[in-house]
Design a protein around this ligand. Structure first.
Ligand SMILES: [Zn+2]
Ligand SMILES: [Zn+2]
Length: 314
């Protein structure tokens, strides 16, 4: 089970009822935070999601509405007693931004590993209950990035949470795997035992479907997004403008309308679309939801504090 919390759903400036862009993905108690707008700590605290166990912070781009919450958050993570390294992923230039924001959070008891992405693919695995970068093809979590079309360098995220194949007792017995190794092999380990190497392929049978979550903000709806988000279980998309009449503004400011986001969802055959990142001028996004559902029926509007649970099939 993967649970997702919308910590802030606004773009531009914070509003009394809407904080700025931020989202938490929680998988088996480990957390990926995407964007870090002002106010992102409020719902983390309110829901008791925990600061200490945030493993990766993914920043889409260096606009203030996506990063200005970072200095406060890094300090709070420090106050939570964290000592393990924290990974921050972002586009080119993110190192300088993090350094700048850290002027106000100088003395934190953990180190920060900042990854500037030219890479399309970053792999992570869960190790000792932590999410750590890993080059292995068998990584449980694969974060891929895509360059977007915005007014500054900006990247989208595709997060694939893989599910291990089903354990097969028949296969393990057929392959003469000692019973004491079964559970470790089931978890994907490779074990040397009595001079022989045992791999997880000796005990794992039928493949099982994982979960794909895509996150696109801020951007124009460029063609490359369609392939990138293809067949996602959940596509989270910016909905800066709801009204079709704001298309010109969307083009000029390098954002999207609801209708454009929905067209991406429809072309990419995703299961569900959730909009976030509303313009401060968009006080009631509900008024315009038909502009999305006309094109893609399973379109939903996020609001601050909203939770979404995705379950593995079977
Ligand atoms: Zn923004
Ligand atoms: Zn922006």
């Amino acid at each position: 089970m993967v649970d997702i919390t919308f910590l802030g759903t606004g773009g531009g400036m914070p509003m009394p009822f809407r904080h700025l862009s931020s989202l938490m993905i929680n998988y088996e108690g480990r957390k990926i935070l995407i964007d870090c707008g002002e106010g992102c700590q409020i719902w983390i605290r309110e829901y008791g999601l925990g600061f200490k166990s945030i493993d990766v912070i993914f920043i889409t781009h260096g606009h203030g509405d996506h990063v200005n919450g970072l200095s406060g958050l890094l300090a709070t993570i420090g106050n939570s007693g964290r000592e393990d390294e924290l990974t921050i992923i972002g586009p080119k230039g993110i190192k300088g931004i993090v350094e700048g924001l850290m002027v106000t959070a100088r003395y934190i008891p953990y180190s920060i590993n900042v990854i500037e992405c030219d890479l399309d693919n970053l792999n992570f695995k869960i190790q000792n209950k932590r999410i750590v970068p890993s080059d292995e093809k068998t990584s449980e979590i694969i974060i891929s990035t895509l360059p977007l079309e915005h007014s500054i360098e900006c990247i989208g995220a595709r997060i694939e949470i893989k599910r291990r194949a089903r354990f097969s007792k028949e296969l393990a017995e057929k392959n003469d795997v000692p019973k004491m190794l079964w559970s470790r092999l089931q978890k994907g380990e490779e074990i040397e035992f009595e001079g022989k190497i045992y791999g997880s392929n000796l005990v794992l049978g039928e493949k099982r479907k994982g979960i794909i979550i895509s996150y696109i903000t801020d951007s124009r709806p460029i063609d490359s997004i369609v392939d990138f988000i293809k067949e996602s279980d959940l596509f989270i998309c910016e909905g800066t403008y709801g009204d079709d009449n704001d298309l010109e503004k969307a083009i000029k400011n390098k954002h999207m309308t609801f209708r454009e986001g929905a067209a991406l969802a429809q072309k990419a055959n995703v299961k569900e679309l959730i909009f976030t990142h509303y313009s401060p001028a968009l006080l009631n996004p509900e008024e315009f939801i038909n502009n999305a559902t006309d094109t893609f029926e399973d379109s939903v509007l996020a609001n601050d504090g909203m939770k979404k649970v995705l379950n593995f099939i079977d």
